[in-house]
Design a protein around this ligand. Sequence first.
Ligand code: NAD
Length: 457
Amino acid sequence: MEYERLIELQRSFFSSGKSKNPDFRVAALKKLLSLLREHEAQLSEALYRDFGKSAPETYLTEFSFLYHDLNLFIRKLKRWSRRKRVPTNVANLPGRSFIYPEPLGAVLVIGTWNYPFQLSLLPAIAALAAGNCVIVKPGEAAPESSAAMARLINSNFDSAYFHVTEGGPETTQALLRHRFDKIFFTGSTRVGRIIYEAAARHLTPVILELGGKSPTIVLADADLKVAARRIVWAKFLNAGQSCVAPDFLLVERPVKEALLEALRKEIEKHHPQQDGLRDNYVQIVNARHFERLKALLDREKLYCGGQARSSSRIIDPTVLRNVSFDDPVMQEELFGPVLPVLAFDDLDEVLEKLKEMPKPLSCYVYGRHRGKIEKVLHTLSFGGGAVNESMMHMANTRLPFGGVGSSGMGAYHGYAGFAAFTHFKSILYKGFRFEVPLKYPPYKAWKMKILRFLLER
Ligand code: NAD
Protein backbone atom coordinates (compact mmCIF):
# COMPACT_ATOMS: atom_id res chain seq x y z
CA MET A 1 0.00 0.00 0.00
CA GLU A 2 1.20 3.51 -0.72
CA TYR A 3 2.54 5.16 2.42
CA GLU A 4 0.51 8.32 2.05
CA ARG A 5 -2.71 6.31 1.91
CA LEU A 6 -1.64 4.09 4.82
CA ILE A 7 -0.84 7.07 7.04
CA GLU A 8 -4.13 8.75 6.07
CA LEU A 9 -5.99 5.58 7.05
CA GLN A 10 -4.20 5.50 10.39
CA ARG A 11 -4.99 9.16 11.01
CA SER A 12 -8.69 8.66 10.39
CA PHE A 13 -8.72 5.49 12.51
CA PHE A 14 -7.11 7.47 15.30
CA SER A 15 -9.52 10.37 15.02
CA SER A 16 -12.46 7.93 15.17
CA GLY A 17 -11.40 7.50 18.82
CA LYS A 18 -11.45 3.69 18.60
CA SER A 19 -7.82 3.17 19.58
CA LYS A 20 -8.25 5.52 22.54
CA ASN A 21 -10.82 3.26 24.15
CA PRO A 22 -9.02 1.32 26.93
CA ASP A 23 -11.18 -1.78 26.34
CA PHE A 24 -10.22 -1.76 22.68
CA ARG A 25 -6.53 -1.48 23.59
CA VAL A 26 -6.70 -4.34 26.08
CA ALA A 27 -8.45 -6.53 23.52
CA ALA A 28 -5.81 -5.70 20.87
CA LEU A 29 -2.96 -6.54 23.23
CA LYS A 30 -4.62 -9.79 24.29
CA LYS A 31 -5.01 -10.71 20.65
CA LEU A 32 -1.34 -9.94 19.96
CA LEU A 33 -0.28 -11.96 23.00
CA SER A 34 -2.17 -15.04 21.87
CA LEU A 35 -0.96 -14.65 18.26
CA LEU A 36 2.66 -14.48 19.40
CA ARG A 37 2.28 -17.49 21.69
CA GLU A 38 0.57 -19.45 18.94
CA HIS A 39 3.24 -18.59 16.36
CA GLU A 40 6.29 -18.51 18.61
CA ALA A 41 7.77 -21.64 17.01
CA GLN A 42 7.41 -20.29 13.45
CA LEU A 43 8.85 -16.92 14.39
CA SER A 44 11.78 -18.60 16.18
CA GLU A 45 12.36 -20.74 13.11
CA ALA A 46 12.50 -17.61 10.94
CA LEU A 47 15.12 -16.10 13.23
CA TYR A 48 17.09 -19.35 13.13
CA ARG A 49 17.17 -19.06 9.34
CA ASP A 50 18.38 -15.46 9.60
CA PHE A 51 21.44 -16.04 11.77
CA GLY A 52 21.23 -19.37 13.51
CA LYS A 53 19.75 -18.35 16.84
CA SER A 54 18.38 -21.20 18.96
CA ALA A 55 14.76 -21.28 20.11
CA PRO A 56 15.61 -21.15 23.86
CA GLU A 57 17.74 -18.04 23.35
CA THR A 58 15.06 -16.51 21.17
CA TYR A 59 12.57 -17.05 23.98
CA LEU A 60 14.93 -15.57 26.59
CA THR A 61 15.95 -12.51 24.60
CA GLU A 62 12.85 -11.81 22.53
CA PHE A 63 9.56 -13.38 23.52
CA SER A 64 10.00 -13.15 27.30
CA PHE A 65 10.30 -9.35 26.95
CA LEU A 66 7.25 -9.13 24.71
CA TYR A 67 5.09 -11.35 26.93
CA HIS A 68 6.17 -9.49 30.05
CA ASP A 69 5.22 -6.05 28.74
CA LEU A 70 2.02 -7.33 27.11
CA ASN A 71 0.91 -8.84 30.44
CA LEU A 72 1.91 -5.68 32.29
CA PHE A 73 0.02 -3.35 29.94
CA ILE A 74 -3.05 -5.61 29.88
CA ARG A 75 -3.14 -5.41 33.68
CA LYS A 76 -2.27 -1.76 34.11
CA LEU A 77 -3.19 0.31 31.08
CA LYS A 78 -6.68 1.20 32.26
CA ARG A 79 -5.31 2.61 35.49
CA TRP A 80 -2.46 4.41 33.73
CA SER A 81 -4.88 5.96 31.22
CA ARG A 82 -7.15 7.51 33.85
CA ARG A 83 -6.85 11.18 34.67
CA LYS A 84 -4.79 11.72 37.78
CA ARG A 85 -5.46 14.40 40.37
CA VAL A 86 -2.47 16.39 41.60
CA PRO A 87 -2.33 19.08 44.32
CA THR A 88 -3.31 22.63 43.37
CA ASN A 89 -1.13 25.58 44.34
CA VAL A 90 -2.48 28.19 46.76
CA ALA A 91 -2.87 30.91 44.11
CA ASN A 92 -5.28 28.70 42.15
CA LEU A 93 -7.58 27.87 45.03
CA PRO A 94 -10.40 27.08 44.98
CA GLY A 95 -9.62 24.77 42.09
CA ARG A 96 -8.53 21.26 41.22
CA SER A 97 -5.70 20.07 39.00
CA PHE A 98 -5.61 16.98 36.81
CA ILE A 99 -3.29 15.23 34.36
CA TYR A 100 -5.04 13.56 31.42
CA PRO A 101 -2.85 10.94 29.71
CA GLU A 102 -3.68 10.84 26.01
CA PRO A 103 -2.25 9.03 22.99
CA LEU A 104 -0.34 10.96 20.35
CA GLY A 105 -1.81 9.64 17.07
CA ALA A 106 -0.05 7.75 14.28
CA VAL A 107 3.44 6.64 15.27
CA LEU A 108 6.32 5.10 13.36
CA VAL A 109 8.58 2.44 14.89
CA ILE A 110 11.81 1.74 13.01
CA GLY A 111 13.39 -1.45 14.31
CA THR A 112 16.65 -3.20 13.70
CA TRP A 113 17.75 -6.78 13.10
CA ASN A 114 19.79 -7.93 16.08
CA TYR A 115 16.75 -8.73 18.25
CA PRO A 116 14.27 -8.42 15.39
CA PHE A 117 11.06 -9.18 17.29
CA GLN A 118 11.88 -7.44 20.52
CA LEU A 119 13.22 -4.23 18.99
CA SER A 120 10.31 -3.82 16.58
CA LEU A 121 7.43 -5.10 18.67
CA LEU A 122 8.29 -3.92 22.20
CA PRO A 123 8.00 -0.22 21.27
CA ALA A 124 4.95 -1.02 19.12
CA ILE A 125 3.25 -2.73 22.08
CA ALA A 126 3.91 0.31 24.28
CA ALA A 127 2.49 2.59 21.58
CA LEU A 128 -0.66 0.46 21.18
CA ALA A 129 -1.10 0.26 24.96
CA ALA A 130 -1.02 4.05 25.08
CA GLY A 131 -3.77 4.20 22.42
CA ASN A 132 -1.87 5.04 19.23
CA CYS A 133 -1.97 3.63 15.70
CA VAL A 134 1.35 2.11 14.68
CA ILE A 135 3.43 1.45 11.58
CA VAL A 136 6.47 -0.77 12.17
CA LYS A 137 9.46 -0.94 9.81
CA PRO A 138 11.65 -3.85 11.00
CA GLY A 139 15.38 -4.14 10.27
CA GLU A 140 16.00 -5.56 6.80
CA ALA A 141 19.18 -7.46 7.75
CA ALA A 142 17.01 -10.22 9.31
CA PRO A 143 14.69 -10.70 6.29
CA GLU A 144 13.05 -13.97 7.41
CA SER A 145 12.11 -12.54 10.80
CA SER A 146 10.89 -9.32 9.21
CA ALA A 147 8.72 -11.25 6.70
CA ALA A 148 7.29 -13.57 9.39
CA MET A 149 6.40 -10.59 11.56
CA ALA A 150 4.76 -8.75 8.64
CA ARG A 151 2.69 -11.82 7.72
CA LEU A 152 1.50 -12.34 11.28
CA ILE A 153 0.58 -8.73 12.02
CA ASN A 154 -0.79 -7.74 8.63
CA SER A 155 -3.08 -10.74 8.31
CA ASN A 156 -4.53 -10.27 11.79
CA PHE A 157 -4.81 -6.52 12.34
CA ASP A 158 -6.50 -3.74 10.43
CA SER A 159 -3.66 -1.87 8.71
CA ALA A 160 -5.37 1.38 9.66
CA TYR A 161 -4.51 0.45 13.25
CA PHE A 162 -1.33 -1.65 13.23
CA HIS A 163 0.79 -2.45 10.22
CA VAL A 164 4.26 -3.79 9.40
CA THR A 165 6.04 -2.35 6.35
CA GLU A 166 9.13 -4.19 5.16
CA GLY A 167 12.11 -2.73 3.37
CA GLY A 168 15.51 -1.13 3.70
CA PRO A 169 16.77 2.45 4.04
CA GLU A 170 14.78 3.62 1.00
CA THR A 171 11.55 2.46 2.70
CA THR A 172 12.50 4.33 5.86
CA GLN A 173 13.35 7.41 3.82
CA ALA A 174 10.00 7.25 2.02
CA LEU A 175 8.12 6.91 5.33
CA LEU A 176 10.07 9.78 6.85
CA ARG A 177 8.78 12.22 4.23
CA HIS A 178 5.40 12.04 5.97
CA ARG A 179 4.31 13.50 9.23
CA PHE A 180 4.03 11.20 12.23
CA ASP A 181 3.11 12.05 15.79
CA LYS A 182 6.15 10.24 17.15
CA ILE A 183 9.06 8.32 15.70
CA PHE A 184 10.79 5.60 17.67
CA PHE A 185 14.09 4.51 16.15
CA THR A 186 16.51 1.76 17.17
CA GLY A 187 19.83 1.50 15.36
CA SER A 188 23.18 3.17 14.85
CA THR A 189 24.11 6.68 15.91
CA ARG A 190 24.86 7.47 12.24
CA VAL A 191 21.31 6.65 11.10
CA GLY A 192 19.89 8.18 14.29
CA ARG A 193 21.12 11.55 13.02
CA ILE A 194 19.32 11.04 9.68
CA ILE A 195 16.08 10.17 11.50
CA TYR A 196 16.35 13.16 13.84
CA GLU A 197 16.88 15.56 10.93
CA ALA A 198 13.94 14.15 8.96
CA ALA A 199 11.68 14.30 12.04
CA ALA A 200 12.67 17.91 12.72
CA ARG A 201 11.13 18.98 9.40
CA HIS A 202 7.70 18.05 10.79
CA LEU A 203 8.60 18.91 14.39
CA THR A 204 7.95 15.25 15.22
CA PRO A 205 9.23 14.13 18.62
CA VAL A 206 11.64 11.21 18.52
CA ILE A 207 12.99 8.49 20.73
CA LEU A 208 16.39 7.33 19.56
CA GLU A 209 17.73 4.04 20.92
CA LEU A 210 21.30 4.05 19.66
CA GLY A 211 24.56 2.35 20.53
CA GLY A 212 28.13 3.10 21.50
CA LYS A 213 31.18 1.53 23.11
CA SER A 214 29.95 0.27 26.48
CA PRO A 215 32.83 -0.25 28.93
CA THR A 216 33.14 -2.87 31.65
CA ILE A 217 35.43 -2.02 34.55
CA VAL A 218 36.81 -4.84 36.70
CA LEU A 219 38.32 -3.73 40.00
CA ALA A 220 41.02 -5.75 41.73
CA ASP A 221 38.72 -6.85 44.56
CA ALA A 222 36.07 -8.37 42.25
CA ASP A 223 35.18 -12.04 42.38
CA LEU A 224 36.92 -12.80 39.10
CA LYS A 225 35.25 -16.13 38.47
CA VAL A 226 31.75 -14.74 38.84
CA ALA A 227 32.68 -11.60 36.90
CA ALA A 228 34.12 -13.68 34.04
CA ARG A 229 31.02 -15.87 33.88
CA ARG A 230 28.66 -12.88 33.68
CA ILE A 231 30.85 -10.96 31.23
CA VAL A 232 31.29 -13.96 28.90
CA TRP A 233 27.57 -14.65 28.91
CA ALA A 234 26.70 -11.04 28.05
CA LYS A 235 29.48 -10.47 25.55
CA PHE A 236 28.98 -13.60 23.46
CA LEU A 237 25.20 -13.85 23.66
CA ASN A 238 23.94 -13.20 20.12
CA ALA A 239 27.67 -13.31 19.14
CA GLY A 240 28.15 -9.87 20.63
CA GLN A 241 25.49 -8.33 18.39
CA SER A 242 23.75 -6.60 21.29
CA CYS A 243 23.55 -2.86 21.83
CA VAL A 244 24.16 -3.33 25.58
CA ALA A 245 26.95 -5.91 25.23
CA PRO A 246 30.16 -5.14 27.12
CA ASP A 247 32.19 -3.63 24.27
CA PHE A 248 35.59 -3.62 25.96
CA LEU A 249 37.07 -4.51 29.33
CA LEU A 250 39.18 -2.35 31.64
CA VAL A 251 40.84 -4.36 34.38
CA GLU A 252 43.06 -3.28 37.28
CA ARG A 253 46.53 -4.42 36.31
CA PRO A 254 47.27 -6.72 39.31
CA VAL A 255 44.36 -9.03 38.36
CA LYS A 256 44.67 -8.82 34.58
CA GLU A 257 46.21 -12.26 34.01
CA ALA A 258 43.86 -13.96 36.47
CA LEU A 259 40.84 -12.38 34.75
CA LEU A 260 42.05 -13.38 31.29
CA GLU A 261 42.43 -16.96 32.49
CA ALA A 262 38.95 -16.91 34.05
CA LEU A 263 37.50 -15.54 30.78
CA ARG A 264 39.13 -18.32 28.76
CA LYS A 265 37.77 -20.99 31.13
CA GLU A 266 34.27 -19.53 30.97
CA ILE A 267 34.33 -19.38 27.17
CA GLU A 268 35.29 -23.05 27.00
CA LYS A 269 32.59 -23.96 29.51
CA HIS A 270 29.88 -21.72 28.12
CA HIS A 271 30.52 -22.33 24.42
CA PRO A 272 32.18 -25.76 24.17
CA GLN A 273 33.34 -26.58 20.68
CA GLN A 274 32.06 -29.74 19.02
CA ASP A 275 32.99 -30.46 15.39
CA GLY A 276 33.82 -26.81 14.88
CA LEU A 277 30.38 -25.76 16.15
CA ARG A 278 29.38 -24.22 19.45
CA ASP A 279 26.10 -24.70 21.23
CA ASN A 280 23.76 -21.71 21.23
CA TYR A 281 26.23 -19.60 19.34
CA VAL A 282 24.88 -17.46 16.52
CA GLN A 283 26.27 -16.35 13.17
CA ILE A 284 27.34 -12.85 12.25
CA VAL A 285 24.31 -11.41 10.53
CA ASN A 286 25.81 -10.81 7.07
CA ALA A 287 29.04 -10.86 5.03
CA ARG A 288 29.62 -7.12 5.46
CA HIS A 289 29.62 -7.31 9.25
CA PHE A 290 31.62 -10.57 9.11
CA GLU A 291 34.40 -8.93 7.04
CA ARG A 292 34.39 -5.82 9.23
CA LEU A 293 34.88 -7.92 12.36
CA LYS A 294 37.43 -10.25 10.76
CA ALA A 295 39.60 -7.25 9.94
CA LEU A 296 39.67 -6.37 13.66
CA LEU A 297 41.11 -9.73 14.76
CA ASP A 298 44.61 -8.47 15.54
CA ARG A 299 46.74 -11.67 15.60
CA GLU A 300 49.46 -10.06 17.72
CA LYS A 301 47.02 -9.28 20.50
CA LEU A 302 45.03 -12.49 20.33
CA TYR A 303 44.55 -14.15 23.71
CA CYS A 304 41.96 -16.76 22.72
CA GLY A 305 39.50 -17.48 19.91
CA GLY A 306 40.18 -15.60 16.70
CA GLN A 307 38.85 -18.14 14.21
CA ALA A 308 36.57 -16.73 11.54
CA ARG A 309 34.80 -19.11 9.12
CA SER A 310 33.31 -17.26 6.20
CA SER A 311 31.26 -20.28 4.98
CA SER A 312 29.16 -20.21 8.16
CA ARG A 313 29.81 -16.54 9.12
CA ILE A 314 30.90 -17.75 12.58
CA ILE A 315 33.54 -15.85 14.54
CA ASP A 316 34.71 -17.66 17.66
CA PRO A 317 34.43 -15.90 21.01
CA THR A 318 37.62 -13.87 20.91
CA VAL A 319 39.60 -12.07 23.61
CA LEU A 320 42.33 -9.57 22.71
CA ARG A 321 44.87 -8.51 25.32
CA ASN A 322 47.36 -5.65 25.77
CA VAL A 323 44.98 -3.43 23.83
CA SER A 324 45.39 0.35 23.98
CA PHE A 325 42.86 3.15 23.41
CA ASP A 326 44.54 3.92 20.04
CA ASP A 327 44.02 0.45 18.56
CA PRO A 328 41.54 -0.01 15.68
CA VAL A 329 39.24 -2.14 17.91
CA MET A 330 38.82 0.89 20.16
CA GLN A 331 37.71 3.29 17.44
CA GLU A 332 34.13 2.11 16.87
CA GLU A 333 31.40 0.02 18.48
CA LEU A 334 32.38 -3.63 17.89
CA PHE A 335 28.93 -5.24 17.74
CA GLY A 336 30.49 -8.69 17.50
CA PRO A 337 32.23 -11.42 19.52
CA VAL A 338 35.53 -9.61 20.03
CA LEU A 339 36.47 -8.53 23.55
CA PRO A 340 39.44 -6.17 23.88
CA VAL A 341 41.03 -6.15 27.34
CA LEU A 342 42.92 -3.07 28.54
CA ALA A 343 44.79 -2.93 31.85
CA PHE A 344 44.85 0.19 34.05
CA ASP A 345 46.72 1.34 37.16
CA ASP A 346 44.76 4.37 38.21
CA LEU A 347 40.94 4.50 38.26
CA ASP A 348 40.81 8.32 38.12
CA GLU A 349 42.98 8.37 35.02
CA VAL A 350 40.88 5.78 33.25
CA LEU A 351 37.66 7.61 34.13
CA GLU A 352 39.11 10.81 32.65
CA LYS A 353 39.85 8.90 29.45
CA LEU A 354 36.31 7.44 29.33
CA LYS A 355 34.81 10.90 29.85
CA GLU A 356 36.46 12.01 26.60
CA MET A 357 34.65 9.27 24.65
CA PRO A 358 31.03 9.59 23.40
CA LYS A 359 28.48 8.70 26.09
CA PRO A 360 27.81 4.95 25.82
CA LEU A 361 24.51 3.10 26.16
CA SER A 362 25.75 1.01 29.11
CA CYS A 363 28.53 0.65 31.64
CA TYR A 364 29.26 -2.24 33.99
CA VAL A 365 31.49 -2.28 37.02
CA TYR A 366 32.65 -5.33 38.97
CA GLY A 367 34.16 -5.04 42.43
CA ARG A 368 33.47 -4.70 46.15
CA HIS A 369 34.87 -1.27 47.01
CA ARG A 370 31.72 0.87 47.43
CA GLY A 371 33.64 4.13 47.09
CA LYS A 372 35.21 3.15 43.78
CA ILE A 373 31.96 1.75 42.40
CA GLU A 374 30.07 4.93 43.31
CA LYS A 375 32.88 7.00 41.78
CA VAL A 376 32.41 5.20 38.45
CA LEU A 377 28.63 5.62 38.59
CA HIS A 378 28.85 9.32 39.49
CA THR A 379 31.71 10.26 37.17
CA LEU A 380 30.56 8.72 33.91
CA SER A 381 27.46 9.57 31.91
CA PHE A 382 25.82 6.57 30.17
CA GLY A 383 22.34 5.21 29.45
CA GLY A 384 22.15 2.58 32.20
CA GLY A 385 24.07 -0.35 33.54
CA ALA A 386 24.80 -2.70 36.38
CA VAL A 387 27.13 -3.38 39.28
CA ASN A 388 28.54 -6.92 39.37
CA GLU A 389 26.29 -7.89 36.46
CA SER A 390 26.11 -7.28 32.71
CA MET A 391 23.09 -6.48 30.54
CA MET A 392 20.51 -7.78 33.03
CA HIS A 393 19.34 -4.27 33.96
CA MET A 394 17.33 -4.50 30.72
CA ALA A 395 15.24 -7.28 32.19
CA ASN A 396 13.87 -5.10 35.00
CA THR A 397 11.12 -3.13 33.30
CA ARG A 398 10.93 -0.79 36.28
CA LEU A 399 14.23 0.59 35.05
CA PRO A 400 13.59 2.89 32.05
CA PHE A 401 15.80 1.76 29.17
CA GLY A 402 17.47 4.32 26.93
CA GLY A 403 20.64 6.18 26.06
CA VAL A 404 22.05 9.63 26.66
CA GLY A 405 24.04 11.91 24.35
CA SER A 406 25.22 9.96 21.32
CA SER A 407 23.70 6.70 22.65
CA GLY A 408 20.23 8.15 22.27
CA MET A 409 17.36 10.07 23.83
CA GLY A 410 14.17 9.01 25.57
CA ALA A 411 13.45 5.66 27.19
CA TYR A 412 10.99 2.77 27.22
CA HIS A 413 10.23 -0.64 28.84
CA GLY A 414 7.26 -1.01 31.20
CA TYR A 415 5.62 2.23 32.31
CA ALA A 416 8.39 4.28 30.66
CA GLY A 417 7.22 2.83 27.31
CA PHE A 418 3.61 3.79 28.01
CA ALA A 419 4.75 7.31 28.95
CA ALA A 420 6.95 7.56 25.83
CA PHE A 421 3.86 7.35 23.60
CA THR A 422 1.58 9.44 25.80
CA HIS A 423 1.00 13.15 26.07
CA PHE A 424 0.26 14.21 29.65
CA LYS A 425 -2.28 16.97 29.24
CA SER A 426 -2.44 19.30 32.24
CA ILE A 427 -5.80 20.77 33.18
CA LEU A 428 -6.80 23.23 35.90
CA TYR A 429 -10.50 22.95 36.84
CA LYS A 430 -12.33 25.90 38.35
CA GLY A 431 -15.91 26.70 39.28
CA PHE A 432 -17.69 30.06 38.81
CA ARG A 433 -18.62 30.85 42.33
CA PHE A 434 -15.76 32.15 44.33
CA GLU A 435 -12.59 33.94 43.34
CA VAL A 436 -9.89 35.82 45.19
CA PRO A 437 -9.62 38.99 43.05
CA LEU A 438 -5.90 39.43 43.57
CA LYS A 439 -4.60 38.87 40.06
CA TYR A 440 -6.65 41.72 38.53
CA PRO A 441 -5.39 45.31 38.37
CA PRO A 442 -5.03 47.81 39.88
CA TYR A 443 -1.96 46.28 41.56
CA LYS A 444 -2.02 48.06 44.86
CA ALA A 445 0.89 47.60 47.25
CA TRP A 446 -1.15 45.40 49.64
CA LYS A 447 -2.15 43.14 46.73
CA MET A 448 1.43 42.77 45.58
CA LYS A 449 2.45 41.87 49.09
CA ILE A 450 -0.12 39.07 49.25
CA LEU A 451 0.67 37.93 45.69
CA ARG A 452 4.36 37.73 46.49
CA PHE A 453 3.52 35.66 49.53
CA LEU A 454 1.19 33.28 47.61
CA LEU A 455 3.10 32.85 44.37
CA GLU A 456 6.46 32.12 45.82
CA ARG A 457 5.58 29.08 47.87
P1 NAD B 1 21.23 0.76 11.30
O1 NAD B 1 21.23 2.07 11.93
O2 NAD B 1 22.08 0.53 10.10
O3 NAD B 1 19.75 0.27 10.88
C1 NAD B 1 18.63 0.46 11.70
C2 NAD B 1 17.45 0.85 10.86
O4 NAD B 1 17.71 2.04 10.14
C3 NAD B 1 17.02 -0.19 9.82
O5 NAD B 1 15.61 -0.33 9.89
C4 NAD B 1 17.46 0.42 8.51
O6 NAD B 1 16.62 0.09 7.44
C5 NAD B 1 17.38 1.90 8.77
N1 NAD B 1 18.35 2.65 7.96
C6 NAD B 1 19.62 2.30 7.66
N2 NAD B 1 20.22 3.25 6.89
C7 NAD B 1 19.29 4.22 6.70
C8 NAD B 1 19.28 5.46 6.00
N3 NAD B 1 20.34 5.90 5.33
N4 NAD B 1 18.15 6.19 6.02
C9 NAD B 1 17.06 5.77 6.71
N5 NAD B 1 17.01 4.60 7.37
C10 NAD B 1 18.10 3.83 7.38
O7 NAD B 1 21.55 -0.21 12.50
P2 NAD B 1 22.43 -1.48 12.48
O8 NAD B 1 23.82 -1.13 12.15
O9 NAD B 1 21.73 -2.53 11.72
O10 NAD B 1 22.33 -1.85 14.05
C11 NAD B 1 23.38 -1.76 14.89
C12 NAD B 1 23.36 -0.49 15.73
O11 NAD B 1 22.14 -0.35 16.41
C13 NAD B 1 24.42 -0.52 16.81
O12 NAD B 1 25.00 0.73 16.93
C14 NAD B 1 23.64 -0.88 18.06
O13 NAD B 1 24.27 -0.49 19.25
C15 NAD B 1 22.36 -0.16 17.80
N6 NAD B 1 21.30 -0.78 18.57
C16 NAD B 1 20.75 -0.07 19.59
C17 NAD B 1 19.75 -0.67 20.36
C18 NAD B 1 19.14 0.06 21.52
O14 NAD B 1 18.15 -0.44 22.06
N7 NAD B 1 19.65 1.19 21.93
C19 NAD B 1 19.32 -1.96 20.06
C20 NAD B 1 19.90 -2.63 19.00
C21 NAD B 1 20.88 -2.03 18.25
